[in-house]
Design a binder for this molecule. Structure first.
Ligand SMILES: N[C@@H](CCC(=O)N[C@@H](CS)C(=O)NCC(=O)O)C(=O)O
Length: 251
């Protein structure tokens, strides 16, 4: 036990406290610098809320248990020279992770998948299969679906859109049929949840304004199974919270 005389004098105690406080402040600043920054949109109209592609990254980070801070952008920020250095096309998402600047949702999800077994199997075959599904999501499935979604949500009254739509529906149905056949009665595209399922699910969500996915009960159940994951729920909640906070005033 220490006697009274061995306790530091009060001025010494203040020095020690000040020193400790400074150490805590430095640690906090360092942590902030190391924190993953996710660039997302401040607000979008309700028709596309819950579909914006930063959702993929939020979901991946939630699955991996990696904390992040969001940087919300308005149209001027997207156009700015500074942001174009992060995302050459002025789109979202983009991230900064310990000095690495990265864009393209697929590349960002892959970057985090490589750091988390929650998203990517560690065996080479499992990894390669996950890569294939990630590419399939953004390259084979998404283009057809995004074309249809754009016609329906942005141009539905245009004559050209009315003419183009049936062929787009055919193409989407073709992709959904193939996906449904592959999935069969599995829970996930391979033998466990991976970043491939994450991307495919976010792509299927883009058809939420139609009944097309519902025509394939196994695909519909798959989408719901993936969306029921707590990490997805937290990601969606975070995206929606940002939109709610920055909603323009009602006229
Ligand atoms: N291939 C890109 C597409 C990014 C993209 O289209 N982002 C949309 C939001 S989901 C966007 O930023 N749109 C605004 C714009 O194009 O100006 C990716 O997957 O990251």
């Amino acid at each position: 036990m220490y006697g009274i005389s061995s306790l530091p004098s009060s001025s010494k105690r203040e020095d020690v406290l000040e020193h400790l406080l400074m150490r805590v402040k430095i640690a906090l600043l360092e942590r902030r610098d190391r924190m993953i920054k996710l660039y997302a949109l401040r607000w979008v109209p309700p028709t596309i809320q819950g579909l914006v592609r930063d959702l993929r990254v939020r979901w991946a980070l939630e699955e991996a248990g990696m904390p992040y801070e969001e940087v919300l952008l308005g149209p001027d920020d997207q156009r700015s020279e500074a942001y174009r250095k992060l995302q050459p096309f002025g789109q979202v998402p983009a991230i900064e992770d310990e000095g690495l600047k990265l864009f393209e949702s697929g590349a960002i999800v892959l970057h985090f998948a490589e750091r988390s077994e929650a998203l990517m199997p560690r065996d080479p075959v499992g990894r390669a299969r996950m890569h294939a599904w990630m590419f399939a999501a953004v390259n084979s499935i998404e283009p057809a679906i995004i074309n249809l979604a754009q016609v329906d949500l942005l141009y539905k009254d245009e004559e050209w859109a009315k003419i183009r739509r049936p062929a787009l529906v055919d193409l989407v149905m073709n992709r959904l049929t193939s996906l449904s056949t592959w999935l069969g009665d599995r829970d996930y595209l391979e033998d466990r949840f991976t970043a491939g399922d994450l991307l495919v699910t976010t792509v299927l969500r883009m058809l939420r304004h139609t009944e097309l996915v519902a025509q394939f009960p196994n695909l519909e159940a798959y989408r719901k199974r993936c969306e029921a994951r707590p990490a997805f729920q937290r990601a969606l909640e975070a995206q929606m919270a940002a939109f709610a906070k920055h909603a323009p005033p009602q006229p």
